[in-house]
Design a protein around this ligand. Structure first.
Ligand code: SF4
Length: 236
């Protein structure tokens, strides 16, 4: 991302990273890097100020969710939880990403969001409550923790003795931005997950042919309006 002009004299790079106008810290012949310039510059600047307060609940990687498995399974069996929504992935500055805040807000109260990565910052401060003590946002952590979400899906498949991961009451409405999110998507496709929806736009680097394969073989789709999408997901 090109930095704003007013920040460029406060951005330093090192290693493989670099940007015109940002000072680059090189290692000396022994591989040591001298970061004293960065420290001096930081000392000249005003300290950060608190801009908000409150608390959010996190820590629902697979170990913790497996510990709650009995509760979760019971809630699915007795209908207290109708559907899980994997709303993992990235965040970005585009206004169109407000879609994910509105989507989380409007989801029926018998649904639970499984999240990991930056996408959660669009909705993790909403008061979505809990279902019998299970928070309606189960946050596994950062994007690499999508691994946990995959394990949770596979565990549920095992517990419910299903043949296919797609038989689970799980919908995938994923926000993407960076290449890493694409790798996560490939992992989900490898696991056979179908009908994943990506937004706010489909990746522009997909050629028409590749996009067609993803759509025809895996049912990949984009997003529409929040109301239409919730209706579409809940009908599946
Ligand atoms: S790939 Fe980058 S933007 Fe996306 S969830 Fe991970 S850290 Fe956030």
């Amino acid at each position: 991302m090109p930095p704003k002009k007013e920040h460029i004299d406060r951005i330093y790079t090192t290693g493989a990273a670099g940007y015109p106008g940002c000072e680059h810290i090189e290692a000396d012949e022994n591989g040591n890097k001298d970061f004293s310039k960065v420290i001096e510059r930081a000392k000249e600047l005003n300290p950060p100020t608190q801009i908000e307060e409150g608390k959010i609940v996190g820590g629902f990687a697979h170990g913790q969710v497996f510990a709650l498995a009995d509760k979760v399974v019971e809630a699915v069996k007795n209908g207290a939880i109708k559907k899980f929504f994997v709303m993992a992935g990235c965040d970005g500055r585009m206004k169109s990403r407000d879609y994910y805040t509105e989507f989380a807000e409007k989801l029926p109260e018998d649904t639970v969001i499984l999240t990991a990565g930056c996408a959660k910052y669009r909705y993790n401060k909403l008061e979505l409550g809990d279902i019998g003590g299970i928070p309606r946002i189960l946050d596994a952590g950062q994007c690499n923790d999508s691994y946990s979400l995959a394990l949770i899906a596979l565990k549920l498949k095992e517990i419910f003795e299903l043949e296919d991961v797609n038989e689970l009451p799980i919908a995938y409405n994923i926000a993407w931005y960076e290449q890493k999110a694409v790798i996560v998507l490939l992992a989900l496709l490898y696991l056979g997950v179908k009908n994943i929806h990506l937004g706010p736009t489909l990746p522009g680097f997909l050629s028409e042919n590749v996009a067609n394969v993803l759509i025809e073989s895996f049912g990949i789709g984009g997003i529409g309006t929040v109301d239409e999408d919730i209706e579409m997901f809940m009908a599946r």
